[in-house]
Design a protein around this ligand. Structure first.
Ligand code: PLP
Ligand code: COI
Length: 361
């Protein structure tokens, strides 16, 4: 796949762009350009085009509007200490995008093409990468079924798009997140699409998110669909539990049972925690074990992690069975240490021991 460049002739003026980048929010502003590529069953992938950011026009009978055949990714470009720009593990996002495509009967975009489009957009719109630690340029690659027709079948055409938005962390690092443990709804069942990053998973989660908000909570914690007792993940983040404290602490996360999204932050933190000398463990944890562990003091910290969320401490958990506070309700020391270390790698101030960063500029 070649990338043809037709960058915006009318970029956002420098002064305005700098204002937007200095107070980015999340998904509030979009950069000057985007990438588009089309696939058809007959011809495969077209070349990708880097074009001015603009609305797209689709026939109302386009498949994605009716049957939700869509996948997406989320990754970030980080300003480096020396002023350069690097991506964090883009090949991993490319590989997951290909797995999501296979699950949703969409065409696979080769990982090297995925990464090349991300690099091209970041290079073109580098002026949109924020400068503050913890802020970044969030890249959103996605693919939609673009065949026109109402037959329920895998689409014979698809469109790949890539957009970018300057981003602060999804949550304020100092403010702990409160969670609602949903026993009424499930996110993903065995054999379903929980492992894939497809829009449908998020659409189905929104009613529970609404219920969480009604209970005064920021996020939903999902349980397994079969027994409704094993803790899986959150709406857009994986979960970690800290057992014990100090150097001997164990960093525990729910196993990838096939219904959780295999987070790249999760996977990276298992390595970072080991590098920092902690024990790491993957396994099953029930809500009762979580509650009892907090009550006995065995579980000292709980945090959520993901590309958008970075690492956020969880202060309080609520459910139909009652509420409990974790530790003193504030993000714990190990949560903050892991956060600083990971952000340090991402911004180039901590050694990149595993070759995770891909320099773009
Ligand atoms: N779980 C869900 C449901 C998500 O949407 C995300 C975000 O992408 C994650 C976990 C964390 O994944 P990652 O660390 O790759 O961003
Ligand atoms: C991400 O962290 O990239 C996510 O996709 C989470 C959420 C914004 C959907």
């Amino acid at each position: 796949m070649k990338i043809q460049l037709k960058p915006s002739a009318n970029p956002v003026p420098d002064v305005e762009r700098r204002e937007r980048v200095s107070a980015p929010g999340f998904g509030k502003y979009y950069t000057d350009n985007m990438v588009v590529a089309n696939w058809s069953e007959a011809d495969g992938w077209s070349d990708a085009e880097l074009v001015p950011y603009a609305p797209i026009t689709l026939d109302p009978a386009t498949a994605v509007f009716h049957y939700g055949q869509e996948i997406f990714e989320g990754l970030k470009a980080y300003r480096q200490a020396d002023g350069g720009v690097s991506l964090f593990r883009p090949q991993e996002n490319g590989a997951r995008f290909a797995r999501s495509a296979a699950r949703m009967a969409l065409p696979e975009l080769p990982v090297e093409d995925f990464v090349a489009t991300v690099e091209a957009l970041v290079k073109q719109d580098a002026g949109w990468v924020p400068n503050n630690p913890g802020e970044s340029l969030y890249l959103r690659p996605f693919m939609i079924a673009s065949e026109v027709g109402l037959g329920v079948r895998p689409s014979n055409a698809a469109m790949y798009l890539l957009i970018a938005t300057p981003a602060a962390a999804y949550f304020n690092a100092a403010k702990p997140v409160s969670v609602w443990i949903s026993t009424e709804y499930v996110r993903a069942a065995p054999g379903g699409t929980g492992e894939a990053k497809c829009g449908g998973n998020y659409a189905a989660s929104l009613v529970a998110q609404k219920a969480a908000a009604k209970e005064g909570c920021d996020q939903v914690v999902w349980l397994d669909a079969v027994e409704r007792k094993w803790v899986e993940e959150m709406g857009g983040m994986n979960l970690f539990f800290v057992k014990g404290s100090g150097d001997k602490a164990t960093i525990f996360t729910p196993s990838l049972t096939g219904t959780l999204l295999p987070g790249i932050t999760r996977y990276s933190l298992l390595t970072v925690a080991k590098d920092l000398g902690y024990n790491v463990e993957e396994g099953m944890i029930s809500v009762d074990q979580w509650r009892a562990g907090v009550a006995s003091g065995e579980i000292t910290e709980v945090f959520a992690c993901g590309t958008a969320a970075v690492i956020s401490g969880i202060g309080e958990a609520k459910s139909a069975q009652g509420n409990f506070t974790i530790g003193d309700g504030k993000p714990g020391p190990i949560t903050m240490k892991l956060r600083e270390h990971l952000l340090g790698i991402q911004h180039g101030t901590v050694a990149d021991a595993h070759g995770w960063m891909k320099r773009v500029l």
